[in-house]
Design a binder for this molecule. Structure first.
Ligand SMILES: NC(=O)c1ccc[n+]([C@@H]2O[C@H](COP(=O)([O-])OP(=O)(O)OC[C@H]3O[C@@H](n4cnc5c(N)ncnc54)[C@H](O)[C@@H]3O)[C@@H](O)[C@H]2O)c1
Length: 265
């Protein structure tokens, strides 16, 4: 069986390296080249030290030279769209993990893929556990009147609450069809002790060294609570989702947004 040929865009980055490591473990996949704006040499050792692959700053010639089937992109939002245009016009299917794409970008990806009749996968979160956690929280949302979310991240995370916590809360509210009931403190000795609030869901953000990315969704009803907990301890968490998307994207005829669609949720 012919192996799928993958070019990794952002090959020198943290996620790019993790993707190359994951591809090395997949007999059906072959990393044929890396592209990165910071490339200073023409070759890159694979993370498992099995061999070296070509490295370049020029995406278009790399895709053509190595007959890529799939482009995996973990770069920065402003680099992703030019890469997608180049890939799709060369019939190379994009798997995009870079975050921060706009709705207009997503619309453009959809129409580029439609025009060429090929697939793409765009997922701001490739962690299967995170996607399933959101799905379970949505399922539970209709059975409880009260819910709170505690998200816990490393101390360098700039934004609060996390994007995952916000998405979870929004999806739970959508699934329930109305706001949750929020019990405010009648007296708050320290301001904001009850956390932020989104349509009745209290959101609490913990920032501590020693943590990576964790979240608890707690749903409450008289005499009972349900707790759904997510722990991501390293970047490996994203790899089963990325590998699944690479294998799936070659069967698709359109752009798909979100790992949940690939998982059939
Ligand atoms: N979808 C997910 O599940 C998921 C998970 C983790 C991170 N991310 C996202 O992936 C992206 C990358 O994250 P990271 O931690 O690997 O960042 P990083 O900074 O470690 O790596 C980014 C790489 O992209 C390269 N790059 C930047 N601009 C480029 C350009 N114009 N052309 C070619 N290469 C370019 C950089 O040189 C760098 O090597 C971010 O957007 C991050 O939010 C997504």
């Amino acid at each position: 069986m012919e192996r799928l040929k993958i070019v990794v865009h952002g090959a020198l980055g943290k996620m790019g390296q993790e993707v190359l490591r994951a591809i090395c473990q997949e007999p059906e996949l072959e990393a044929v080249a890396g592209v990165d704006i910071k490339a200073e040499s023409t070759e890159l050792p694979l993370p498992d030290s099995s061999r070296w692959i070509p490295l370049s700053t020029d995406l278009e010639s790399t895709l053509g030279n190595y007959h890529a089937d799939v482009l995996v992109d973990f770069t920065v939002a402003k680099a992703t769209m030019p890469a997608v245009r180049t890939a799709v016009s060369n019939y190379v299917r994009p798997v995009i993990g870079t975050t921060g794409l706009s709705d207009a970008d997503l619309d453009e990806i959809k129409s580029l893929c439609e025009k060429q009749g090929i697939g793409a996968v765009v997922a701001p979160n490739f962690s299967v556990a995170a996607v399933v956690m959101i799905h379970l929280s949505k399922m539970a949302a209709g059975f409880f009147d009260c819910a709170e979310i505690i998200e816990m991240h490393h101390e360098q995370k700039a934004d609060a609450p996390s994007g995952t916590a916000l998405t979870t809360a929004r999806e739970m509210i959508k699934s329930r069809g109305k706001a949750f009931l929020h019990a405010p403190a009648t007296s708050e000795t320290i301001p904001r002790s009850r956390g932020g609030e989104l349509e009745g869901i209290a959101l609490h953000s913990v920032r501590l060294p020693g943590m990576l990315a964790h979240q608890e969704v707690i749903l409450g009803a008289p005499g009972q609570t349900l707790k759904i907990r997510l722990d991501q301890i390293n970047r490996e968490a994203f790899m089963p989702g990325v590998i699944l998307a690479i294998k799936k994207v070659v069967e698709l005829k359109e752009a798909v947004f979100g790992l949940d669609k690939i998982l059939g949720l």
